[in-house]
Design a binder for this molecule. Structure first.
Ligand code: SF4
Length: 317
């Protein structure tokens, strides 16, 4: 297994099934709440903002994989308050073991569920390896399945294991699957393995065949091959959102510049041209192509009609 080291961090590009739970510090807690209201920031940056996020863990089992090198969740206060001294991103996972029970209680007492637009999960991955053991995401989905009246649930993941729950997701009328696919090239020193790229593309195809609504998140957009746009289009995903390091990191590139990724990258990650080029290639053939934060917070819900997606140029003005 090839390893890439930067300082005291260690990343693998080959074993991105994330089967690293046995070397992580895993702790469980009884949390007091599970839905976090969203007032500002990335999840509210569009015409159809999220009202809440849902993360059943602090930390992520994918934290030592390539995406851990640029993961912004490791820069947020909830991680810094939850970790123990000396724990780096990917060293620990703090699990809210009562997540499903809290969700059931919080949905039951919410008066206007029709306005709820929930992003699961912005600071961890709902289909990291331990999900197969704990089934916390599945138990949360079973809670959502009891309600018909929310506006949106986006299940955002890099994990093809989401296929385990396709039947359950298909039964939630307001659910979308968000699959992150940053590139179709598996040989980059700072990206996913080729097998994981293929498994994610296949998972999207299967999800669409199963009748799910799917948004592919090319986020952040990494260098890609000449056929990436074609491969995305072939999946049949209903929406595609493209994001970049310089725009999508919420600090005009400062966070990325301070991340281990900046030392690994062998190209100008500040230049958005490759992402804009992919946007335009896709936009010719697909009317559900969206850009950056406005695109993430632009999935049409039941309460508001779909807005016209702003292009990268519109958003730059
Ligand atoms: S899967 Fe997401 S939350 Fe987990 S390390 Fe990668 S970018 Fe961060």
């Amino acid at each position: 297994m090839p390893l890439r080291r930067t300082g005291n961090l260690c990343y693998t590009t080959a074993r991105d099934d994330g089967n690293v739970g046995d070397i992580m510090n895993i702790r469980t807690i009884q949390a007091k709440s599970i839905l976090t209201p969203q007032k500002r920031g990335f999840l509210t940056a569009g015409e159809q903002p999220y009202t809440h996020s849902l993360s059943w863990a602090t930390g992520c089992q994918f934290g030592k994989l390539y995406c851990g090198a640029f993961c912004y969740a490791q820069m947020l206060p909830n991680w810094h308050f939850a970790r123990r001294e000396g724990e780096a991103w990917g060293d620990a996972l703090i699990i809210k073991e009562n997540a499903a029970e809290l969700l059931a209680a919080e949905l039951a007492r919410t008066r206007d569920r029709r306005a709820m637009r929930i992003f699961m999960s912005p600071v961890t991955d709902p289909y990291q390896p331990i999900e197969r053991k704990l089934r916390l995401t599945r138990r949360c989905l079973e809670v959502f399945a009891r309600y018909e009246d929310l506006d949106l649930l986006l299940i955002q993941t890099r994990g093809p294991a989401v296929a385990d729950d396709f039947d359950l997701i298909a039964g939630i009328s307001y659910a979308w699957l968000g699959m992150t696919i940053e590139t179709d090239q598996g040989d980059l020193p700072y990206g996913p393995s080729q097998s994981h790229v293929e498994r994610r593309l296949e998972a999207v195809e299967r999800a669409v065949e199963r009748g799910l609504r799917v948004q592919i998140a090319v986020s952040p957009c990494l260098p890609y091959s000449d056929i990436f746009a074609e491969r995305i289009l072939e999946t049949g995903a209903q929406r595609i959102v493209i994001d970049t390091f310089a725009i999508g990191d919420g600090s005009r590139g400062r966070r990325t510049a301070n991340s281990p990724f900046a030392a690994l990258a062998d190209y100008d990650w500040r230049n958005d041209d490759i992402a804009e080029s992919l946007y335009h290639q896709l936009n010719i053939h697909h009317d559900g192509v969206a850009w950056s934060g406005a695109g993430f917070a632009g999935i049409p819900g039941r309460q508001k009609p779909a807005a016209i997606e702003p292009s990268p140029r519109d958003l730059a003005l």
